[in-house]
Design a binder for this molecule. Structure first.
Ligand code: ASP
Ligand code: MG
Length: 412
């Protein structure tokens, strides 16, 4: 008998048939004697639809003052799906009850649309379980101190699941999704990519923030912080999925565990700025003030003593970042501002890198052998990222995947 949080994403509850299938699966566990708390997302496409509607009425992005209303709007998708899942479960003979975020007192800070969970009251969940009722909790939403609905950022119902799992102290937090687990690379790009039996939460955190869409990054942070065992698995097929572990395994770690990629990249270069103190902050200060996240930064100084300063942002922020930088170009005495929003980032991730030298060289050699030009490089203890032209992306991912022998053929 085990105690689980089982979270189902938008595609898993995307239609009546799928809701029935989810209910059938959960009911199977409950009949087998397990205790289950279900967390669900909105039906697939629903949050997008609501967000677009809000955008139409607002004629653009929500301002601070409208963010409260946006949260009321965006959280509505989960209100529908929890009711439908609870109804399906009960109809299948497994009594269930739906709960909105504030009904289980998921208390958050005041930040609308990107709130952080502060506490959860598990009392009613435990009371339900004690009398044989399966609670179905809305993902992605909570309530702040003033009693207003807050949401946690797009894709964040995983975070609700892990937070509920941590509060309840369950045996495993199971994230059911539309893929059978975490892969060594995106199987749509790398045909021989392999499902991983386990990854460490540090690796998963890198993968999530580097473009793997399997899990929401903040949910993985919780895994590390509270030591909740989490497993990612398919809601459509049987299988063990991938366990996200908090302990370092005894066994020898592979040098590289997986390759992540993202097309959501753009770069800006401020050319020919005088190489004097304060340049970086004068360029990046206003960008940060506009809440634009900067990822990689490279500065090189030429023989003429002038510096080129390059940084990357998300593609959606490219135009705005460019306008901001152009507006300070004169003040910086920069020669020119150039940019490129057709770039992509490929990253090799693995905790085994810590104890191995020469990982970067192997990656760069693999790219050189395929004649792929590296535009930027950044490294950390457990990852190496390169920026390449978007059209080289697939070749780059495959070359690196091969170089580290991650494919199914390599291990067979
Ligand atoms: N429904 C929310 C979204 O689409 C939360 C989630 O699905 O995780 O962003
Ligand atoms: Mg999701």
């Amino acid at each position: 008998m085990a105690f689980y949080v089982q979270k189902f994403g938008g595609t898993s509850v995307g239609s009546v048939e799928r809701i029935d299938a989810v209910a059938n699966r959960v009911a199977g566990f409950v009949r087998g004697g397990d205790r289950v708390v279900v967390v669900v997302s909105a039906m697939s496409g629903e949050t997008n639809r609501l967000e677009a509607l809000g955008g139409e009425v607002l004629r653009g992005h929500p301002s601070e003052t409208q963010a409260r209303e946006m949260d009321v709007l965006l959280s509505a998708g989960e209100q529908a799906s929890i009711a439908l899942v609870a109804m399906a479960l009960t109809r299948q003979g497994c009594p269930a009850r739906s709960y909105l975020g504030d009904q289980v007192r998921i208390r958050t800070d005041a930040n609308h649309m990107k709130a952080r969970i502060e506490s959860i009251d598990t009392e009613c969940l435990l009371a339900d379980l004690d009398r044989g009722v399966t609670p179905v909790v809305a993902g992605f939403q909570g309530m702040n101190e003033s009693g207003d609905i807050t949401t946690f950022g797009r894709g964040a119902s995983d975070t609700t699941a892990v937070a509920v799992a941590a509060a309840l102290g369950v045996d495993e937090c199971r994230i059911y999704t539309d893929v059978p687990g975490v892969f060594t690379a995106d199987p749509r790009i790398v045909p021989d990519a392999r499902r991983l039996d386990s990854v460490t939460f540090e690796e998963m955190l890198e993968l999530a923030s580097l473009g793997s869409k399997v899990l929401h990054a903040r949910s993985v942070e919780f895994v590390g912080k509270y030591g909740v065992p989490m497993r990612v698995l398919s809601s459509f097929e049987e299988g063990l999925g991938t366990l996200v572990t908090t302990e370092d395994q005894d066994m020898e770690q592979p040098v590289v565990s997986a390759i992540a990629h993202t097309r959501d990249e753009a770069k800006l270069t401020v050319q020919g700025v005088p190489d004097v103190p304060g340049v970086a902050s004068r360029i990046l200060g206003p960008v940060g003030e506009a809440s634009i996240e900067v990822d990689m930064i490279v500065q090189n100084v030429g023989a003429d003593g002038l510096a080129d300063f390059t940084f990357t942002v998300r593609r959606a922020d490219y135009e705005r970042a460019r306008e901001i930088v152009e507006s300070v170009q004169g003040e910086l005495e920069a020669r020119a501002v150039t940019g490129d929003d057709r770039i992509a980032k490929v990253s090799a991730v693995g905790v085994g890198m810590r104890s191995h030298a020469g990982v970067a060289t192997r990656m760069f050699d693999a790219l050189a052998a395929k004649n792929i030009n590296i535009l930027m490089i950044s490294t950390s203890e457990i990852k190496i990222s390169v920026v390449v032209d978007e059209h080289s992306l697939e070749a780059a991912v495959n070359a690196i995947h091969d170089a580290f022998e991650l494919g199914a053929d390599a291990t067979a």
